[in-house]
Write a protein that binds this ligand. Structure first.
Ligand SMILES: Cc1cc2nc3c(=O)[nH]c(=O)nc-3n(C[C@H](O)[C@H](O)[C@H](O)COP(=O)(O)OP(=O)(O)OC[C@H]3O[C@@H](n4cnc5c(N)ncnc54)[C@H](O)[C@@H]3O)c2cc1C
Length: 574
């Protein structure tokens, strides 16, 4: 079995030639010195080398051996600790952290590409550092000076890994039901709390990758109101500064469908001494920094896993000979590579269409994150915020769904050989499934988009986003088609969706019935925007890009009309 190899040339083409990343970064003060295309390429190529040589070869052992629990300790699969130690010592986790915190101060978009490659190479291993940047931002923006002095640099560098402890047995999508408690410790000079409760499904809750683990935990103070407003955020380390172990116990790890290289832990907090992060009752908004970063990472997992499955299927389709392809010049008795059969080409080109468009939208979103942090113009920062707010749920939902269905389609290219373990493609199908569930299930993302971000302002932010996309299009058939679709979605929202859902007698259920279709329609116009922009920039390998472009318009795009039709029928249903 060949393992995944990062192919940076494709990513560089999209980032540098199509999205003009260097021009955008040059506008961003502190980042302008890192905008040179050769510098961006150099970082990506170094990252690809590390990922391909160190992380990718461990993927199979991660799946087959998995993380092992015994007596509250978790041993990671062979090679995982050494690879992690090499990773943080080489400075990869701190790539996009501020220099004053010991980071390298590079653009967030480089970190995004790094995590796409890592997830493609080894999803299980990557779960551990995947939460680091969000934890860093959370401590940086909401932690007290004393907490920052103790934890910020260790988390920025990745020397200590971090977790996000939200979920409880009875509180999943509805975190407002969480009941973990934090009680102030009496006469504690350090102002600490005793935190008690059980958190489940905690990725990397216990392991031997790093010498310490920093848990960020949502809990409720005494007399706090019920629901989300009563939640505060706390920090509990595995080990305190004096080396003493905290009262956090890993009771077991889950047996899962996939992602065996990541320990999914049940953690019991037994009056563990904890520090509050941010203000009481503002835990969810402090945690939101972390959750938003994590959502983009989950989308990149989707894109990475689909790329890994596609690479395997593409290589297999070139070698496996079966039957004669229509119009083939092969002689009787000979067979053609299955990649020449239209049905297999369709599978491969469709997945390429999703991967390339997903990269465009994800890299652009990461560039907007850089704009939010560094642009001098407040109106530009506001438009970047709007982009991230509307596009992040779409990316998280649509591309994780495609990672699973697309990896399954790639498995089909192998026939029975895909269903057995030898070629490794079935692992991608199993691993990809969870990305549709965690970080807010895909259904919750769709509700977030439509009910919190589109309807409340009368569609204004959406309209601005759609206009921005339209303005970036050039000439040509694809651009015209995309412009028409953007206008169509804007019109549908203004003249059909908003009046129907906002009318006095409208059923409160109505927008919830539409949310998934709406998210999907927006995903499809984003893909059309991406493919129109890719088509506008010639590439020497016209066949490679042309096939995926055709794949998009022929096999993906027609779903746009279907989604509009489903929404119209729902709106008109009695
Ligand atoms: C491998 C793995 C790793 C994880 N890592 C972490 C972690 O590190 N930290 C952490 O805190 N959590 C983690 N989670 C938990 C994950 O975030 C939750 O599983 C997820 O939020 C869903 O919660 P739930 O499983 O309780 O499902 P539920 O909330 O019970 O939902 C069940 C189903 O109902 C649907 N549903 C619920 N409410 C609504 C609604 N209002 N409208 C429409 N549909 C709805 C959901 O979409 C879902 O399909 C992890 C989970 C897994 C499996």
């Amino acid at each position: 079995m060949n393992h995944y190899q990062p192919l940076t040339a494709d990513c560089e083409h999209l980032l540098i030639q199509v999205l003009h990343a260097s021009d955008r970064l040059r506008e961003l003060g502190a980042l302008s010195e890192h905008a040179d295309p050769d510098f961006l390429k150099q970082v990506l190529e170094e990252a690809a080398k590390f990922v391909g040589e160190v992380v990718a070869p461990l993927n199979r052992a991660g799946d087959e051996v998995g993380a092992q629990w015994a007596d509250g300790q978790v041993t990671m699969p062979p090679g995982f600790r050494d690879a992690y130690q090499a990773f943080w010592r080489a400075g990869w986790p701190s790539l996009a952290c501020a220099t004053e915190d010991g980071g390298q101060g590079l653009p967030a978009v480089l970190e995004a590409l790094l995590y796409e490659m890592l997830s493609a190479a080894n999803h299980g291993w990557t779960m551990a550092p995947g939460l680091l940047h969000g934890a860093y931002e959370c401590i940086k923006h909401h932690g007290s000076d004393a907490l920052k002095a103790r934890y910020l640099e260790k988390v920025a560098s990745g020397e200590w890994l971090a977790t996000m402890c939200l979920t409880e047995p009875h509180a999943g999508s509805d975190l407002g039901l969480a009941s973990t408690r934090a009680v102030p410790l009496t006469n504690d000079a350090d102002g600490r709390y005793a935190l008690s409760g059980t958190k489940i499904f905690i990725s990397g809750g216990e392991h031997d990758l790093s010498d310490n683990i920093v848990h960020l935990v949502l809990a409720r103070l005494p007399q706090s109101p019920p629901g989300p407003k009563g939640l505060s955020l706390f920090l509990v380390p595995k080990l305190y500064e004096d080396g003493q172990r905290s009262a956090v116990f890993c009771e077991r790890i889950e047996e899962k469908m996939g992602l065996h290289g990541s320990p999914t832990c049940v953690l019991r907090f037994d009056a563990a001494a904890a520090w509050i992060i941010g203000e009481p009752g503002k835990g969810l908004s402090a945690m939101f920094v972390m959750m938003n970063a994590a959502r983009l990472h989950v989308d990149l997992q989707g894109i990475g896993l689909l790329e890994a499955a596609w690479q395997k299927a593409d290589a297999y389709a070139r070698e496996r000979l079966q039957m004669r392809a229509p119009g083939s010049a092969s002689r009787a008795g000979q067979a053609d590579p299955i990649g020449q059969h239209p049905a297999m080409r369709r599978i491969l080109d469709t997945q390429r269409a999703w991967i390339d468009a997903g990269r465009m939208v994800a890299y652009r979103t990461a560039l907007e994150l850089d704009v939010i942090k560094h642009h001098a113009d407040p109106s530009r920062r506001a438009s970047a915020n709007r982009w991230c707010s509307l596009v992040t749920p779409v990316l998280k939902s649509a591309w994780t769904e495609q990672a699973f269905s697309g990896a399954s389609a790639c498995l089909q290219v192998f026939g029975g050989h895909g269903y057995v373990r030898e070629w490794g493609v079935e692992q991608h199908v199993r691993d990809a499934r969870v990305a549709m569930i965690y970080e807010g299930t895909n259904e919750i993302q769709a509700i977030d988009l439509l009910l919190r971000k589109v309807l409340p302002d009368g569609g204004e932010a959406l309209q601005a986003l759609l206009s921005e996309l339209a303005q970036e299009l050039g000439d040509g058939v694809d651009a015209e088609r995309t412009r028409a679709a953007l206008a169509q979605l804007a019109r549908f929202t203004q003249t059909e969706l908003l009046p129907a859902t906002g009318s006095p007698g409208a059923s409160p259920e109505l927008p919830y019935w539409l949310a998934d279709d709406f998210l999907r329609a927006l995903a499809l116009v984003l893909m059309a925007w991406a493919w129109s922009r890719i088509a506008a920039v010639p590439h020497p390998d016209a066949d490679r890009w042309g096939r995926a472009q055709t794949g998009f318009w022929r096999w993906v795009w027609p779903e746009f009309e279907t989604r509009l039709r489903v929404m119209r029928e729902t709106l008109q249903a009695p």
